[in-house]
Every structure is written in structure tokens, then in C-alpha cells.
Write a protein that binds this ligand. Structure first.
Ligand code: MN
Length: 575
């Protein structure tokens, strides 16, 4: 594709924007020159497609440029320095974040899947990165047939577990549905085929039925003077249908929203009036009227839903919304973005957007984090993601995600992987460089723990660890080592020792026999004192047992010394 052809598809950008994007187009073409995709196509087709989708969704020129360059730093000889020199900090930040999120891979269990999603957001830090990455994934899914089957399956599962839920969280319903249906056929091919086959039969019946219903609704709305902007049917997409079937024991009769009728009207008042009209026509199913206008879904979705006993007692779902709500349901955050870009939102949209629950929340989180955010700062500025400011997401060299509290250190990371790794930690590499044990980790760090068999935790570790998991393991390791009461505040050097108290009948050679128990076990006595009592002196011996077993062995041996009546021990601290 030449620049002239490409440019035609970006009518909404100014000449200045286009000049900026053109440099990106040139650098991307140059960098990927000679590279081919698995399909045999020129590689440049991929970044071009991703950038066109980015433009279509309404992101700014910098985002479109970053989309063009998103694979250059990772896959070509072009580096961030070059990008920075040509395009400045903002594009560099976007390209860098887009490169970094590539290390996130899907792990099997639910906890790490959630961590991976959070990690994704934490690394992205800017909503544009998430959107471009989602569009990158969409194009990869659209061209996935060129890959070997094993890769198709893995990438598709990742799409279902990480990317589609993120699109959902951003309210991008259309993108979510596209990602899910593309991934569904490769991740679960048999199930996909089943749904496709079943649906084909059912749909033709349903379509005939809808042809009867829609005119009835139209006629009634016109009679009530409600202006219809659009009325159409929407078919449930395959993957969400399959998930619903799973929840309903594969009973198709329980799926009442296989096809829903969607009515788009001009105002919120008209939405409620339309609901009234439908309920006048047909009896609603109890408990199935949902007012997502008054109570939007978490991701900002708004609509009225109702399910009625329709013509021939067919159970049918209706969805009623305004054009703004419709646009948001399809494009989510991106729809909001496009309005802000124009600088003069259509009347009412400002108010509407305040109902956009999660966007509001995002703003609140942001301003709580950054007190300097002035109200006149552009909304785009406030879209930086800091939701997870109290968590950091750290990677193993293999790309597994470890979710830790902010301020966590390599020790926390090590114990999170496995207690054995923590217990024998000898050092840590953060992003390939040796780091001290108390190094504070930040999201996206790749951490490698170096272990040595003979390494053991010491009490200082308790001051360095942030997680209770690590602290618990360190304490129990210290206990094993004989440091029984391992918790003392402050950082002064503390040593825990054991004091043994022996009560024995006095005799000549008693003290010599007692001390011999220690010397024969190669134990260095650190303090030795005797409390005189007429016939039963108390002998105090302070030493440092190597392990629990050594202490009990010594105690047992002491009891066999002639004249010894009692042997006790306690922990003691010497500064
Ligand atoms: Mn890519």
C-alpha cells in the first residue's frame, strides 16, 4: 500500500497530523522491508492494518503512528532511540509499552489469568496502549489461519482469557465479540461447529418470526408518536451463546435471547416510553426487566432490556437504547474518546459520560493518585491507568506473572514462586542485572532468583520482606535453625542463642563433666556461669545450637551426667 492509498483512509485527520503519521508510515515500511508474515504477505501489511483500525476507532495521530511502529522495536533493527528522535516522548512511550506487554503469556490457573489481565493494564499505563494492543490481537486473529494448529490454539485461548475480557472491561462490546468468535473456532473447534450447525436451523425459523414482529412494534410506536431511529435484530454471538448454554445445561429452550430485537430511539424518555409500548403489546416475564439506564453495568453499558411473551407465545427479548448508548455499547471507551477528540461533544453527552461509571472511577483513581490533575486538563491526560497503584506485577524469565503488593522485594518474589526458592535464595537479577535483596520491584520487572543449596534466611530478611507469605516462611525457616522467637523490630544486629540451665547435686568434677558434653559435640560455649546453692548449684550455659536436633541431643546427654536432676532451656537474645 502506498502512502497516497493509505492517506485516503484517514479523512478525519488534519494536514499536520497526516504529516506526522506519514513519517511513521515511512519508518515502519523501511524497518519491516523484506520481512514476511506466516501467510507469505509483506509484514508491513500487519502494522498498516492495525493503524487503520486505530484510526477508525478515533484515536489521535500519535496513537496511529505508534500503531504503525508497534512491532519495529521488537522485530526489526529500529530502536527506541530512533523512534524518540523522530517522534518524541509520547510515541516512544506508547511503542515501548506495546513492546513490553508482549511478554505476557497465558498461565493456566484462574488466579494467574486475572493477574495477567491486571499486569497488562499496569504495564500499559495508557489506555491507548491497551486499545492498540487489542486491535493488534484482532488483526492477528483475523489472519491466524496461516499459523500451525498448535499456535492457533494457544493464541486463541490467550485471546479468550486475556484480551476479550479486557475489551469487555473497556466496554468495547463489538471488539470483544469479534475476538471471541474468531478465537472460539480455534480454541474449541468441535463446540464451535456444534453451535454453528444448531444455530443455522434455529435461525431461519427465528428470522421468519422476526419479520412478523418488527412491523407490529413499528406500527405501535408510530401511533404513540415515538420516533424510531433504528430497529433491527441482533443475534447472540457464538461464544457468548456457548457459554450461556453451558450455564443452562445445554438446554436451548432456556436461551431466550438467541435473537433480540433492538430498538434505537432519540432520548431516554423515549426509551422508557418504548418499554411501556412493548409491555402494553405483550406481557413481560417477571424479573426480566433490566434498567441499565438508571443502573449502568460496571463497564458503562446502558440500555433497557425486557423479555416478553410475544406473538405465538414466543419468548422474545427487546433491547431499547439511544444512539449514544448504542455507540458506547459497541465501541466503549473508544466512543467516548472520539467525542472528546472533536472537542465539542454533542449536547447531552457530557452528562451521559458522567454516568459512564468506570470512566468516572478511572478519573477518581487518577486524581487521588495525582493531586496535580487540574480539572481543565484534557480528559485524555486523565486516562493514564493507575488502577493498580497498590500492586506490582512481576515476571519470571519465562513470562509467568507474579502479583505482589507495591514495595515488594526479590525476597517476596522468590517465596511467591516456591518456599524452597525463597529459603535458598542467594541473589537476584532484576532485568538481567544483579540487584540487592531489598530492591523495590516495579511492574514489568523480569526477576530471576539465584539459589544455592547452603544458603539460608536470616533475621534481616524479615525487615526486607513485604508479604506475609514470605515472612511466614522466613520465620519457620529461622525456627528450624533454632532462632525460635524470630521477630524483633528495628534493624540492629540481633543474635538468638539458647541458654541451658542444669540443676545438679554438687560434686567434684561436675562442671568439667557438663562442659565435656559440649566440647565432645564440638560446640563452642559462649557463656558459662554457676549460681551457688548449698547442695544444688544451677549451671547456666549459653551457646548457639546448629539446629533443633542438636539442642535436644545435648539436653539428653546432660541428663545422663552423674548428679544432674533437671535440664531446661530457653531462648535468649544478646545484643
Ligand atoms: Mn503486531
Amino acid at each position: 500500500m502506498t502512502w497516497e492509498e493509505y492517506k485516503k483512509q484517514l479523512p478525519q485527520y488534519t494536514d499536520e497530523d497526516l504529516k506526522f503519521i506519514e513519517s511513521g508510515f515511512e519508518l515502519a515500511s523501511l524497518s519491516h522491508q523484506g520481512q514476511k508474515r506466516a501467510s507469505g504477505e509483506e509484514y508491513i501489511i500487519h502494522p498498516i492494518e492495525v493503524s487503520l483500525k486505530t484510526a477508525e476507532i478515533g484515536l489521535d495521530a500519535k496513537a496511529v503512528t505508534a500503531a504503525l511502529l508497534h512491532d519495529t522495536v521488537e522485530d526489526t533493527s529500529t530502536d527506541l532511540k530512533t523512534v524518540k528522535k523522530k517522534f518524541g516522548d509520547e510515541v516512544t512511550f506508547l511503542v515501548n509499552a506495546l513492546t513490553k506487554v508482549n511478554v505476557i503469556h497465558l498461565q493456566s490457573d484462574e488466579k494467574t489469568v486475572e493477574s495477567a489481565r491486571k499486569m497488562f493494564l499496569a504495564i500499559s499505563r495508557d489506555i491507548r496502549v491497551v486499545i492498540i494492543k487489542l486491535l493488534d490481537r484482532l488483526h492477528n486473529m483475523q489472519t491466524i489461519s496461516a499459523l500451525p494448529e498448535r499456535d492457533r490454539k494457544r493464541i486463541s485461548l490467550e485471546t479468550l482469557e486475556i484480551y476479550a475480557p479486557l475489551a469487555d472491561r473497556l466496554g468495547m462490546g463489538e471488539l470483544k465479540a469479534k475476538l471471541e468468535d474468531l478465537a472460539f473456532q480455534y480454541a474449541y473447534p468441535e463446540e464451535y461447529e456444534y453451535i454453528q450447525k444448531e444455530l443455522k436451523e434455529k435461525m431461519s425459523q427465528r428470522e421468519k418470526y422476526l419479520e412478523k414482529i418488527i412491523p407490529i412494534v413499528e406500527k405501535e410506536l408510530i401511533k404513540e408518536k415515538i420516533k424510531i431511529i433504528d430497529i433491527h435484530s441482533r443475534t447472540k454471538h457464538y461464544y457468548s451463546l456457548w457459554k450461556k448454554l453451558l450455564r443452562y445445561n445445554m438446554d436451548w429452550n432456556l436461551i431466550t435471547d438467541l435473537i433480540a430485537i433492538r430498538i434505537i430511539v432519540g432520548s431516554i424518555e423515549s426509551c422508557y416510553a418504548t418499554l411501556g409500548v412493548i409491555h402494553k403489546l405483550w406481557r413481560p416475564l417477571p424479573g426480566r426487566i433490566k434498567d441499565y439506564i438508571a443502573l449502568p453495568k460496571q463497564n458503562g453499558y446502558q440500555s433497557l432490556h425486557t423479555t416478553v411473551f410475544c406473538v405465538e407465545s414466543n419468548i422474545t427479548e427487546f433491547q431499547i437504547r439511544t444512539p449514544e448508548m448504542h455507540n458506547k455499547a459497541e465501541c466503549g471507551i473508544a466512543a467516548h474518546w472520539a467525542w472528546e477528540m472533536e472537542g465539542k461533544p454533542v449536547s447531552g453527552t457530557k452528562l451521559q459520560s458522567s454516568k459512564f461509571h468506570w470512566v468516572k472511577q478511572l478519573r477518581e483513581w487518577h486524581s487521588a493518585f495525582d493531586k496535580n490533575t487540574s480539572s481543565d486538563k484534557s480528559f485524555l491526560e486523565s486516562l493514564k491507568i493507575d488502577f493498580f497503584k497498590d500492586r506490582v506485577f512481576i515476571l519470571t524469565p519465562k513470562g509467568d506473572v507474579v502479583d505482589l503488593p507495591a514495595g515488594a522485594t526479590p525476597i517476596d518474589f522468590a517465596y511467591n514462586i516456591h518456599s524452597e526458592i525463597g529459603d535458598h535464595m542467594a541473589g537476584a537479577k532484576v532485568n538481567n542485572r544483579i540487584a540487592p535483596f531489598d530492591h523495590q520491584l516495579v511492574s514489568g520487572d523480569i526477576v530471576e532468583i539465584i539459589t544455592q543449596k547452603n544458603k539460608k534466611p536470616n533475621t534481616e530478611w524479615l525487615n526486607v520482606a513485604k508479604t506475609s507469605l514470605a515472612k511466614g516462611h522466613i520465620r519457620s525457616a529461622l525456627k528450624k535453625e533454632g532462632h525460635l522467637f524470630g521477630l524483633f523490630p528495628g534493624k540492629e544486629k540481633i543474635e538468638q542463642k539458647t541458654e541451658i540451665i542444669v540443676i545438679a547435686r554438687d560434686r567434684v568434677g561436675l562442671l568439667k563433666d557438663i562442659s565435656e558434653v559440649f566440647s565432645s559435640n564440638h560446640i563452642n560455649i559462649q557463656d558459662f556461669s554457676v549460681e551457688k546453692d548449698a547442695n544444688y548449684p544451677r549451671v547456666h550455659i549459653i551457646f548457639k545450637p546448629k539446629h533443633k536436633e542438636q539442642l535436644s541431643k545435648i539436653k539428653t546427654r546432660l541428663k545422663t551426667v552423674k548428679g544432674v536432676e533437671e535440664v531446661g532451656s530457653r531462648q535468649t537474645v544478646i545484643k
